[in-house]
Design a protein around this ligand. Structure first.
Ligand SMILES: Nc1ncnc2c1ncn2[C@@H]1O[C@H](COP(=O)(O)OP(=O)(O)OP(=O)(O)O)[C@@H](O)[C@H]1O
Length: 348
């Protein structure tokens, strides 16, 4: 989706109180500064990109081949360049639903991430047409992860390892640039080949600098971290951290391993599956293992307990995936020995 501006604001530096971290809503000064630098760099890039927008109708420049996908905010088309014939993905955002600023924001976040093997490559071409804004990226032709997850089954185990390793690497890359991705879900993970060997993250409309103040705008979904569901530490909201992405990665890995969501919402009072998970975490007893977690191997338990720690400061970073590769995550015959040889595919 294009950069949504409501319900958000920056944290002000220098507002420190007795405890510096409390004054900054739980952020350290260094973390806050990292987010502020990212925000400044994005503003500069947006100002420059606004000056270089191509003003044309899309079909003057590109020929439509077929739709690649549709989101709430835009549609994505496979197009070819009229002179060169180069295939490209064109994301088109209708003007009534997207401001120029929102468009430039999403366009520039994609560009600022540069080249990473598990992130869709953005080309620096933004187009303003009469009714829409558009930008171009590399096309990924095997659809998104949603189509590959078999309900109640998930993905084959080696594919889960590869997907988790590659997404963790992409998220680390985003976090190292002072940004939080905030929209990890199967629809935003594109699959590059029918054997699920390579994956790419797309859709940077929700990505924000670390420390941006955020409030939950709608009902929580399984990927929403519990700290976003709780009353915010500052009146303006929660200063966002990469831990939000670690939580979403934990939920996604669970879905890939089981074909189920672990819960509907991370709210103990409202969701019995989440409540059971918290009870199991508290007791650590095998007999308290909730039913959806049956069939997971000890390495998956360790990985997911870390990524799904309800306390964001105690939660494992996305890089913790690497510690658990090469060991089976699912207790099913015939799959354990196929695991391995994935770490080298996770790099940039
Ligand atoms: N580069 C690409 N190559 C192939 N398919 C793509 C590409 N980018 C996006 N898609 C497809 O288009 C769909 C919609 O794209 P995208 O998520 O960017 O739209 P959106 O309106 O921002 O979505 P959302 O409703 O999640 O905010 C994706 O789920 C995916 O299936």
């Amino acid at each position: 989706m294009p950069g949504k501006q409501s319900e958000e604001g920056p944290v002000e530096a220098g507002a420190s109180e007795d405890s510096e971290e409390e004054g900054l809503g739980g952020l350290t000064l260094e973390e806050l500064q990292q987010g502020q630098e990212a925000a400044r760099a994005l503003e500069d890039m947006m100002a420059l990109s606004a000056q270089t927008l191509v003003r044309a109708e899309v079909d003057e420049l590109y020929e439509e081949v077929r739709p690649l996908g549709q989101g709430r905010y835009g549609r994505v088309l496979l197009v070819t360049h009229r002179q060169k014939g180069t295939p490209l993905a064109l994301k088109q955002l209708p003007k009534p639903r997207t401001s120029l600023r929102g468009f430039l924001y999403e366009f520039c976040v994609g560009l600022s991430l540069g080249v990473h093997s598990a992130i869709v490559t953005a080309y620096g071409i933004g187009i303003e047409s009469a009714q829409s804004y558009s930008f171009l990226t590399e096309p990924v032709l095997h659809g998104d992860l949603m189509a590959f997850i078999q309900p109640k089954v998930g993905l084959p185990q080696p594919a889960v390892h590869r997907c988790a390793a590659q997404l963790a690497s992409a998220l680390e890359h985003i976090h190292a640039r002072g940004l939080v991705y905030r929209d990890l879900k199967p629809e935003n993970v594109l699959v590059c080949d029918p054997d699920c060997r390579h994956f790419k993250l797309t859709d940077f409309g929700h990505t924000r600098p670390r420390g941006t103040l955020l409030r939950l705008a709608g009902p929580p979904i399984p990927y929403t971290a519990p700290e976003l569901c709780a009353p915010p530490p500052l009146p303006e909201g929660l200063p966002i951290q990469p831990a939000l992405d670690a939580w979403a990665l934990g939920v996604l890995v669970f879905c890939l391993l089981t074909g189920y969501f672990p819960w509907d919402q991370p709210l103990a009072e409202a969701d019995p599956f989440y409540e059971d998970f918290l009870m199991w975490q508290a007791s650590g007893q095998p007999q308290d293992r909730p039913q959806p977690w049956f069939g997971l191997a000890p390495a998956a338990d360790a990985l997911l307990w870390g990524l799904l720690d309800p306390h964001p400061r105690r939660r494992s970073a996305v890089s913790s995936i690497r510690e658990h590769l090469g060991r089976p995550w699912r207790q099913r015959e015939g799959e354990a020995e196929e695991v391995g040889g994935v770490e080298e595919e996770a790099g940039q």
